[in-house]
Design a protein around this ligand. Sequence first.
Ligand SMILES: *[C@@H]1O[C@H](CO)[C@@H](O)[C@H](O)[C@H]1NC(C)=O
Ligand SMILES: *[C@@H]1O[C@H](CO)[C@@H](O)[C@H](O)[C@H]1NC(C)=O
Ligand SMILES: *[C@@H]1O[C@H](CO)[C@@H](O)[C@H](O)[C@H]1NC(C)=O
Ligand SMILES: *[C@@H]1O[C@H](CO)[C@@H](O)[C@H](O)[C@H]1NC(C)=O
Ligand SMILES: *[C@@H]1O[C@H](CO)[C@@H](O)[C@H](O)[C@H]1NC(C)=O
Length: 393
Amino acid sequence: MEYSSLYPWIYLFLLILSNIWIIESKKFVVTDFGATPDGKTDSTEGFASAWEKACGIDGGMVSVPIGTFLVKSGNFNGPCNGETLFHIDGIVKASDAPTLNSQDYWITFFEVDGLTVSGNGVFDGNGAASWSRCHGISKCQSLPPTTLKINYVKNALIQQINLINSKMFHLIIHESDNVTVNNVHISAPEDSPNTDGIHIGDANRTTITNSYISTGDDCVSIGEGSNNVNISGVSCGPGHGISIGSLGKYEEEAGVSQITVRNCTFNGTQNGLRIKTWAPSSCSSVVSGVTFADIVIENVDNPIIIDQYYCPHGSCSREGESSVEIKGVKFVNIKGTSASDTSVSVKCSKRYPCQDIEFFGLDLTYQGQPTTALCANADQKFGGSDQTPSRCS
Ligand SMILES: *[C@@H]1O[C@H](CO)[C@@H](O)[C@H](O)[C@H]1NC(C)=O
Ligand SMILES: *[C@@H]1O[C@H](CO)[C@@H](O)[C@H](O)[C@H]1NC(C)=O
Ligand SMILES: *[C@@H]1O[C@H](CO)[C@@H](O)[C@H](O)[C@H]1NC(C)=O
Ligand SMILES: *[C@@H]1O[C@H](CO)[C@@H](O)[C@H](O)[C@H]1NC(C)=O
Ligand SMILES: *[C@@H]1O[C@H](CO)[C@@H](O)[C@H](O)[C@H]1NC(C)=O
């Protein structure tokens, strides 16, 4: 064999080697920056330094190895120099303080375009002290922080991670565009207050797929300014279901549109599919283009509920009507068992009655008997009488 015929192979070998070197050199392991996996030493600085490096180059990756890292706060700010990855294999744990420096989050990704947060690791909010401090949100002096806040982020994928025992919400997607959450596991005790799984607000193009959520509040809550949200393959329970709202509590809220919830299951939850608005409202806005389809319900108190007189903890003293308009909501193929005789409850605003509320293919029973539907101030239609319930009284 002539030497010259070996050149292509040598060239290929060097190419592979240099690629491995580039990938390795783009990886910043938090323990190389002083983070200590002993569960006690504050690793805030080590995480911050690794992020700064990763954010500085296209394809940079923060790597969190196996072990428990106490992190008092995580501010992972952009803009970055291209795609940035945050890979977590270990446990990142919050301090057990009920609030954190009056911030509304523990860890945030802020102003990043092109973000992946992945790995089998855990974000542990260590929330027990917050829950006992403020049972009922109105009893809290300052609100406890959210575990993970995705804020002003574009084109992000949050995949596979675990979020447990948040002090308040587990994951917030806020002022963001094109964020996908896939195969995420979220859990907190059934009696932990306000531990919503995922909250979406002022965000466009959000996708949530194949995730398991059990919490003390909504599994997913879709707040003001949420547009183009697709949720599918979510298993919810225990918890308060998947909710649009609550809406109308604050001034100048943006509307909610293009929401699809499909192929989800609810087991032992307080609600299944819910839209809730406060009365009276502090603003007017519109909820439109909502589809709930192919849903399995098991032992749920309120499988389908539109409540425009939402007022938890008896915290509203004023009388009045909601100014949030609800129009174009479809419930299609919703099957299973209710934990009460009324499976559909639609209570709309007298000021703005609901428009175009449609039901197809319901099959909801209570202890083997057909359930009933109650509607007020709603322009509603049951498509086909071969469903249970088949009409609204
Ligand atoms: C949305 O974000 C993903 C990254 O998660 C990216 O691959 C995709 O191209 C983005 N879509 C659009 C329309 O920008
Ligand atoms: C969402 O879309 C609306 C309408 O196009 C736009 O005004 C708003 O800035 C967008 N918000 C985000 C966070 O992308
Ligand atoms: C949600 O699904 C609808 C209908 O399939 C699609 O038009 C829309 O682009 C999807 N939105 C996102 C954020 O993927
Ligand atoms: C429905 O969701 C489950 C996960 O709960 C998933 O495995 C299945 O593929 C989904 N089916 C469809 C038709 O999307
Ligand atoms: C619902 O939860 C109960 C109690 O945790 C469990 O026994 C049952 O198997 C669950 N059902 C489904 C369909 O997962």
